[in-house]
Design a protein. Structure first.
Length: 339
């Protein structure tokens, strides 16, 4: 079956999606090899999903051209711990990156709800399943009957009510940065990536106005106070990592802070340690929010950030309101049915 990523919609589900979610779960788990003891997912019904939602749970739901394609249930397992379950991709839509897109959406959704870690159960017989989650940063937390619990630290979700708050966030983030740090910023046009870079520039005492280097592709801003320079890159017009090599960023990156807009899928090879920042628009808003209100998701990657308190960047934290996330995968990769 041919699937266009443009037809994929990944969002936070509600009870109106229950029938489609049950269809996916039953199809995915029925296609798996027989397990002992058997999976209970085939017993899922619209009523059991209603109980899940009534108990405060939520779900990520994927459709392709309106057809049910994938599900992840999200529930509270502890004060700051989310649990993912019934991770399913319909057999008719596998190996098109749908599972990867849902996992990212589930992690971001859980982070927005205030969770700091996510865990899930994986059957010990399903080695490919465990490998899938390991490639996405999950590690074995503990052994349990018939399998293992896999866990991962979630992104830090920071509410940003106004454009001025976005600059202040960048200013605070600058205080945590060191020479050689890489930041990859993603978000729709006008999301606030350049505004965040301007705040970082303020915190680094960068010379010259920090504006998006759309046409020159990269611009170095030296610090006026001896702090690292800010190498500001706009990868919007780049179509491959090979084109990135022509910019010779490595020569400048070691002594600078490198901030790349539109760099997802292109610049991760510049550094094993990095911050991946996704800026999401909020359509609902909270009291005091402007039309520029955003949620900033900061995903630390690598040992450099293991012990850095990124939550300190959030000076205020309004009560988070559930917001649908719409994503499409950046590329296809294989996935099976997940438990």
């Amino acid at each position: 079956m041919n699937v266009s990523v443009a037809d994929l919609v990944v969002s936070v589900a509600d009870l109106r999606d229950a029938d489609g979610m049950v269809e996916v779960i039953h199809a995915a788990f029925s296609a798996r090899p027989a397990l002992d003891p058997p999976a209970t997912a085939v017993d899922e019904t619209p009523d059991s999903l209603k109980t899940h939602f009534s108990a405060g749970g939520s779900a990520i739901y994927a459709t392709v051209a309106g057809r049910p394609a994938g599900v992840i249930l999200v529930s509270k397992a502890g004060r700051k711990l989310a649990r993912f379950s019934r991770v399913s991709v319909h057999p008719g839509f596998q190996r098109h990156g749908i599972a990867s897109a849902m996992v990212m959406a589930a992690e971001d959704h859980a982070a927005e709800l205030g969770f700091r870690r996510a865990e899930l159960f994986a059957r010990e017989e399903l080695a490919d399943l465990i490998s899938f989650w390991r490639r996405r940063g999950y590690g074995v937390d503990r052994s349990v009957p018939h399998g293992v619990m896999l866990a991962k630290i979630l992104p830090v979700a920071i509410p940003v009510p106004t454009a001025a708050d976005m600059q202040r966030l960048g200013n605070r983030l600058a205080g945590l940065l060191q020479p050689g740090d890489l930041i990859i910023a993603s978000g729709e046009l006008g999301a606030g990536k350049t505004t965040l870079a301007q705040g970082i520039g303020q915190g680094l005492d960068s010379a010259g106005p920090v504006i998006s280097p759309t046409f020159v592709l990269s611009r170095m801003h030296r610090s006026t106070s001896g702090r690292p320079g800010l190498l500001h890159v706009d990868a919007y017009r780049l179509s491959s990592a090979a084109e990135l090599d022509d910019l010779d960023l490595d020569a400048q990156a070691a002594d600078s802070i490198t901030f790349v807009e539109w760099g997802t899928g292109l610049v991760e090879g510049l550094a094993e340690d990095r911050l991946e920042i996704d800026i999401l628009a909020r359509s609902d808003g909270w009291p005091g929010w402007s039309a520029d209100g955003r949620t900033v998701l900061i995903r630390p990657v690598g040992r450099r950030w293991q012990h850095v308190d990124l939550e300190s960047l959030a000076q205020t934290r309004p009560e988070l309101v559930e917001e649908p996330l719409v994503r499409a995968p950046t590329g296809a990769d294989g996935e099976g049915q997940h438990g």
